[in-house]
Write a protein that binds this ligand. Structure first.
Ligand code: FBP
Length: 255
């Protein structure tokens, strides 16, 4: 509803640089490119290549305010570490009000795990986030990852389409979903998401840069609204991260 905060020209295209994996996956994600353990590496890429915004948890956002205040931020409101097993639940950690007033959030983000035994709790929290964000005039990005023992294949076409629709039903402005395997399945997910914009969730780093670029091209051809990518950028050494950033921004934002 308030997408102009992220997209002043109303072009409906987004390129988010996600950097919340230090919490979600742990520091092993930084091993391949140890420079990426510092948010500076990611913030400077976002600034220099014109990403729409970086995605940060509250703690890193506090540092980002100091290191690179000019880079727009999507604040992840909920999160969990990757250590626990069992049915996933990602609790709300940062209120929308704090994200906006103290962390200058341009948008807020929340991960939903539909299918988890804890789905009702997350749906309720998310519904409240949508109402709070509406009052404060910031858009909401939903990471929608069907997961848990009830979900046999979390990237099956019908599961991804359902994820996109859940985001719409619950009031998200943007839904971030995994790749369902082909262009037609992604097109259907975009269709059923109605007014909610659908962006691709990056996923593990591909063997070659070109592989990821080709994937993003298919997403845009299928009516996707862009990407929220992390590892495929900052797990590569600086020169490679710069080349792929240029391509990502060109394809996702059309610049
Ligand atoms: P990547 O591009 O690195 O896959 O990041 C996208 C993202 O949604 C992150 O925002 C989040 O930390 C992570 O993936 C969650 O991944 P998982 O599927 O392992 O829960």
């Amino acid at each position: 509803m308030f997408l102009e905060k992220l997209d002043p020209e109303a072009r409906g295209r987004f390129a988010f640089l996600a950097y919340d994996q230090g919490l979600e996956h742990g520091p092993d994600d930084f091993r391949g490119n140890p420079e990426s353990a510092s948010p500076r590496f990611v913030l400077e890429l976002a600034r220099d290549f014109g990403y729409t915004a970086v995605v940060l948890q509250q703690g890193v956002a506090l540092a980002a305010r100091r290191i690179c205040p000019e880079v727009a931020r999507v604040i992840k409101l909920n999160g969990k570490a990757g250590l626990a097993r069992g049915e996933p639940y990602s609790p709300l950690l940062c209120p929308v009000e704090y994200a906006v007033s103290e962390l200058s959030a341009r948008a807020v983000g929340y991960t939903l795990y539909p299918g988890s035994e804890h789905e009702p709790l997350m749906f309720r929290e998310f519904a409240q986030v949508v109402r709070d964000a509406g009052r404060l005039g910031v858009p909401v990005v939903a990471w929608v990852y069907p997961r848990g023992k009830a979900v046999a294949n979390d990237s099956a076409p019908e599961v991804i389409a359902y994820a996109a629709r859940i985001a719409y039903e619950l009031g998200a402005d943007i839904a971030k979903v995994k790749w369902p395997g082909d262009r037609e399945a992604f097109r259907w997910a975009c269709r059923v998401a109605a007014e909610t914009k659908v962006v691709l969730s990056g996923g593990p780093t591909t063997e070659s840069r070109q592989e990821f670029v080709d994937l993003l091209t298919q997403v845009m051809e299928a009516g996707g609204a862009g990407v929220a990518v992390g590892r495929n950028v900052w797990q590569r050494p600086l020169a490679d991260a710069q080349v792929i950033s240029k391509e990502i921004v060109r394809i996702a934002l059309g610049r």
